[in-house]
Design a protein around this ligand. Structure first.
Ligand code: FES
Ligand SMILES: [Fe+2]
Length: 449
């Protein structure tokens, strides 16, 4: 059976029974409310994520006694696909170094191995999470196809892009390849889906997930790749540094994107989805295999059996391919910031001149079809408008910590050299700028800052 089908046909998933003694102590909760980090109670979590917040639960997997189990299963799969030496290497240097022993061409086999056990583990995580972390005793619904997401350092990934893209065709985007800004409901997930994004190894703001919370609640149009239409200005993205076992909790309708891995470490996480109420699909169309999980008793033990069988319409929808327009088009397009600067014509057509006061601090604006400008620390910069990675419009990007940050996969370019941390990606080209009182000149034919 091909891997794609195997993913949707599992015979049976048994949720283990467990004893409350497994539960180890205090659950630390944090909520990211755009700018402030604060402690919140478990009762508040559900309400808050439904209102567009992103919650970080520190050491969640350890507290529900699942972190070591997941790591053990990953090492078991590594042993089967590679050898004992590979396992010892990872144990010694950390799971983030797995790319040094597991070549990209073996990832397909690795995924096959993990898929034999991860669905059951994910169900356990969701059950324990509901029972212990959220203290819920009511039934909930789970999507029975969890994901391991193993994002190799981009410089490693770029050497293996062909095989990784091939693998992504069967297992989906965002697992071994990058996924630009999107909402999960564009991929047939229910609108009220809650994502649990669980760090197995360390995750940093240079290889994790970017959220665009100021877009929360806006109905945005997507392109034919089911990513946000690149003309939107998505606002300041937020990212998180996570320790192993930390969990991010957010609504699947929250706009999010993979951050390109600018580190030398693999970002390894598992993600899963559930709903607290009945799954709410676009036009009531049930695309995914959701199952209701019930707590059978109140003595801190739970048993559940889940028979997986996807709805035939799911396969029908998949076979027709994803079509633009599954979700109604946007009603609001916040493109105002993206307006071209007004320019003045001069004698030399290779010099573009604009009014100094038109570009405010920390702002990026398009100057022409190929150049954009930004002002940072009283310095004006002009550079290539399109990202050398996959061509996103940097005129909708932002300046962060003296870097130019691409809105698409969060790659950061040094504002002085144009280089990023990914050596396999070309640096940004700068154009000479000259601020002369009221006016700024951009020399479009000469490189250099
Ligand atoms: S980081 Fe991917 S397009 Fe810019
Ligand atoms: Fe997603």
């Amino acid at each position: 059976m091909p891997a794609y089908l195997r993913r949707y046909f599992l015979k049976k998933i048994n949720v283990f029974s467990w004893d409350v003694r497994d539960f180890q102590g205090v659950v630390l909760l944090e909520s990211h409310n755009f700018d402030t980090m604060e402690l919140i109670s478990s009762q508040e979590i559900i309400e808050r994520i439904k209102h567009g917040e992103i919650v970080v639960i520190r050491r969640c997997l350890q507290n529900i006694a699942m972190h070591d189990t997941v790591v053990a299963e990953i090492l078991r799969a590594l042993m089967i696909v590679c050898n004992e030496g590979a396992v010892s290497y990872v144990k010694k240097h950390g799971i983030e170094k797995i790319h040094e022993v597991l070549p990209a061409k073996s990832l397909s086999k690795f995924y096959e191995e993990t898929e034999k056990v991860i669905p059951e583990l994910a169900l356990n995580i969701m059950a324990r999470f509901n029972f212990f972390t959220l203290a819920r005793r009511t039934p909930f619904y789970v999507e029975t196809g969890p994901n391991i997401r193993m994002m190799y350092p981009y410089d490693v990934m770029s050497r293996e892009l062909v095989s990784l893209r091939h693998l992504a065709k069967t297992i989906g985007r965002g697992k071994v390849t990058l996924h630009g800004p999107h909402q999960d409901s564009w991929f047939f997930h229910a609108f009220n889906t809650v994502n649990l994004w669980c760090a197995i190894g360390h995750v940093s703001e240079f290889n994790g997930l970017t959220f665009y919370p100021t877009m929360w609640g806006k109905q945005l149009a997507c392109n034919e790749k089911q990513e946000i239409d690149p003309h939107y200005h998505l606002g300041r993205g937020i990212t998180f540094n996570l320790e192993p076992g930390d969990v991010l909790l957010f609504m699947a309708d929250q706009i999010h994107a993979s951050t390109i891995n600018q580190t030398d470490k693999t970002r390894l996480i598992i993600s899963m989805r559930m709903t607290f109420e009945k799954p709410d699909y676009y036009k009531n169309f049930c695309y995914y295999d959701f199952r209701r999980v019930k707590f059978f008793s109140h003595n801190h033990r739970m048993k559940a059996k889940v028979q997986r069988f996807p709805h035939p319409r799911f396969f029908l929808a998949r076979s027709k391919g994803f079509k633009r327009g599954i979700i109604p088009p946007a009603t609001e397009i916040p493109l105002s910031k993206n307006q071209y600067l007004k320019t003045r014509s001069g004698n030399d057509p290779s010099i573009i001149v604009f009014r100094s006061t038109d570009l405010v601090h920390n702002e990026t604006r398009p100057l022409s079809d190929s150049i954009c400008v930004a002002r940072y620390d009283d310095r004006v910069m002009a550079f290539n408008r399109f990202c050398p990675h996959e061509g996103a419009d940097l005129a909708t990007g932002i300046i962060k910590d003296s870097t130019i940050l691409c809105p698409w996969h969060g790659l950061r370019f040094d504002s002085t050299t144009g280089k990023s941390l990914c050596q396999s990606i070309k640096p940004l080209t700068f154009f000479k700028c000259h601020e002369n009182g009221e006016w700024i000149e951009v020399h479009t034919q000469r490189g250099g800052v």
